[in-house]
Design a binder for this molecule. Structure first.
Ligand code: DAH
Length: 350
């Protein structure tokens, strides 16, 4: 076989083997077999050394074009196989986007926060400002200016956490914010505000008591305010929270900072006054305290009681939420258990 025939037969041999190649590994093996330094293609180059210049040039060109041709074939097949392999992989790893996704649990606002925001926005629409006050409070604002001087027996009802002697305390009610708001005015002017906030009492924690709870305080001061304004306001709030058919009533009560003072009751929305477990079985449920701001409190805060009157009210936010959502344990509000929150989400959606 002369050298041209050798090239031809090698070309044929490689072409036949390339046709049988099925994957990249086979292709690589073939490349090593034929195109490595000691392979048959390189061996052909060794024939050059016995040739004269003219022939070496001719054979060199022939050999080069043969090598190029072989390399091109290898490249072509490599590209084809790589594309095939990629397509196969893509096919195997195909994601079915129509499958339902794994649900991601999304948190939701605490039910108490939600209720407070709801009451805030309702009262803001009625022209109330939402006011904040400090939780560490002066005895002066929490008690004294509210007509509860030191030694007043009504202080005992609010088992107070005192800080630093007797002058600072954790506020036992949101009522000091009334005092702060009135005192903040340069000169007396009408006030319409609510203050939702945390309060603290030295209560033992159980299903219905917590050493920390939330009150929603309201205060309206103007020149022509009477108890019937308070009743109307309470009525609107109660109907908004518990339904249009809820009735409201006042019962006489005592708070040092209001005169007269009342307890605010709503008719039982569960049994509609028939008597049930919820209203135990009175047909009525107490939801807060209220009254006309005591003349001494007005005076203490720079308002002349002969000119100005006002009413104030205080709700327990947890109590309202427990009634509204039939919650039996106050601690649920503070543990933020997502499973409990989900139940409320569903109730809200009803
Ligand atoms: N601060 C009272 C309490 O904690 C609730 C209350 C009663 C607030 C009458 C008021 C009010 O503003 O007028 O028991």
């Amino acid at each position: 076989m002369n050298k041209e025939e050798k090239i031809k037969s090698l070309s044929l041999e490689i072409s036949e083997k390339l046709e049988k190649v099925q994957d990249l590994k086979m292709l690589n093996d073939l490349k090593i077999e034929y195109l490595s330094k000691k392979g048959p293609v390189s061996e052909l180059s060794s024939l050059m050394k016995d040739l004269d210049n003219e022939e070496r040039k001719k054979f060199g060109m022939l050999l080069n074009s043969f090598k190029n041709e072989i390399n091109d074939k290898f490249d072509e097949i490599r590209t084809k196989l790589e594309t095939e392999e990629l397509n196969k992989k893509l096919e195997e790893e195909k994601i079915d986007i129509s499958l339902p996704a794994t649900p991601i649990k999304i948190g939701s606002p605490n039910i108490l926060e939600r209720l407070i925001e709801e009451i805030e926005s309702f009262l803001m629409n009625m022209g109330y400002d939402v006011v904040d006050g400090p939780e560490i409070e002066k005895d002066l604002y929490n008690f004294e200016l509210l007509n509860l001087p030191k030694g007043h027996p009504a202080r005992d009802a609010q088992d107070t956490f005192y800080l630093k002697g007797e002058e600072l305390l954790l506020r036992s009610q949101t009522s000091p914010v009334q005092v702060r708001t009135m005192l903040s005015k340069e000169k007396p002017e009408p006030i319409k505000m609510i203050c939702p906030g945390k309060t603290y009492r030295r209560d033992d924690d159980d299903a219905v008591h917590s050493h920390q709870f939330t009150q929603i305080e309201g205060l309206v001061i103007d020149k022509d305010i009477s108890l019937s304004d308070l009743k109307g306001t309470f009525d609107i709030i109660a109907k908004h929270l518990f339904g249009e058919d809820v009735q409201t009533r006042f019962r006489p009560s005592y708070y040092p900072f209001t005169e007269p003072s009342v307890e605010m009751d709503i008719s039982c929305f569960n049994c509609h006054g028939q008597g049930c477990n919820l209203c135990k079985p009175k047909g009525w449920i107490t939801v807060g305290g209220a009254g006309m701001v005591h003349p001494d409190v007005l005076k203490n805060c720079g308002y002349d009681p002969n000119e100005w009157q006002g009413f104030a009210f205080g709700f327990g936010a947890e109590r309202i939420a427990m009634l509204k959502y039939n919650i039996k344990d106050i601690r649920i509000f503070y543990t933020n258990d997502l499973r409990e929150m989900e139940v409320f989400d569903r109730k809200e959606g009803e």
